[in-house]
Design a binder for this molecule. Structure first.
Ligand code: AMP
Length: 284
């Protein structure tokens, strides 16, 4: 595995691969790699001639009161893991290389970004679309891999790629969970042992919503009430949002009539923000 730190060097390699018609899979990450990231990387290794993984804790997607300064950064472990997976290139730029002092360009997708996570993180998606655009230009990928764990992010990136005609395709991979159902996240390591147990309520409450829908419940208010009640069993959980919405537009629903619905939630637990979701197919 080659480690590339300089953006121009990364782009030169990418141009070389492009000219030779080598298919390139790209997996953007913020590091602290877990099996969720690995599932994306393995898919890329399987689908493409070459795989580039980036590890970059992107400052522009963190709000002023968020966890940028404490975000985990076990880079030696990450490098080891990527080497053992036989990734071809690790792109590992510095903050200063990506955002030099006179940096002043931002890209924004409108509409989709004002919903769900965008409500409590108003500058988050602008940071995500900006860094993804930079990384796409530096790595020139054929296929880029994202996780359904950050479902809204996948919709926003798909919109960006379509609107601005980036010549790339997006592949969305399923959520990888621990055996007990907790969705893997780099932020799980902030949780204490007792918070880790409380966090199981997140996936359980989504399951309750899903079961109600499968049993025929179509009243969104009642489904949200059951999900809220389960989450509220722990006083340590503060609900940011529970959304039952259209899986493409993220517009909130009041009564379920369409083929698929998206159930998503975000909670704060001991100061840690956790998200999870489900796409639920409605039986006719
Ligand atoms: P992050 O390092 O948190 O920015 O995540 C990098 C990529 O990994 C994103 O596309 C995430 O959606 C994806 N990802 C994070 N957690 C999981 C998970 N539990 N299962 C699948 N993909 C994930």
């Amino acid at each position: 595995m080659e480690i590339i730190r300089n953006p121009n060097a990364m782009q030169e390699i990418a141009i070389g691969l492009f000219k030779r018609s080598v298919s390139v899979g790209f997996v953007p990450t913020m590091g602290a790699l877990h099996d969720g990231h690995v599932s994306l990387i393995e898919a890329s290794l399987h689908d493409n001639d070459q795989t580039i993984v980036s590890v970059f804790i992107n400052p522009t997607q963190f709000g002023p009161d968020e966890d940028l300064s404490s975000y985990p950064h076990p880079i030696d472990e990450d490098i080891e893991r990527l080497r053992s997976l036989h990734v071809d290139y690790l792109f590992l730029p510095t903050k200063e290389d990506i955002y030099p002092q006179n940096y002043s360009s931002y890209l924004e997708v409108q509409g989709l970004t004002n919903r769900l996570c965008g409500l409590s993180r108003p500058t988050h998606f602008r940071g995500v679309t900006t860094i993804c655009s930079i990384l796409f230009h530096l790595t020139l990928p054929t296929l880029v891999y994202f996780g359904q764990k950050d479902y809204q992010q996948t919709l926003v990136i798909e919109r960006l790629v379509n609107d601005l005609h980036f010549p790339i395709n997006i592949k969305v991979m399923p959520i990888v969970r621990d055996k007990d159902g907790l969705a893997l996240s780099s932020r799980n390591q902030y949780l204490s042992e007792s918070e880790r147990i409380i966090a199981l309520g997140i996936n359980q409450s989504l399951g309750i919503g899903e079961d109600l829908i499968h049993e025929g419940e179509r009243n969104v208010h009642l489904i949200k009430k059951a999900v809220t009640e389960h989450l509220s069993k722990s006083k340590d959980i503060n609900i940011d949002y529970i959304s039952i919405c259209h899986p493409k537009t993220l517009i909130e629903l009041t009564h379920l009539t369409i083929g698929k619905v998206f159930i998503a939630l975000s909670v704060y637990l001991g100061g840690v923000r956790l998200i999870d979701n489900r796409i639920v197919k409605l039986a006719n």
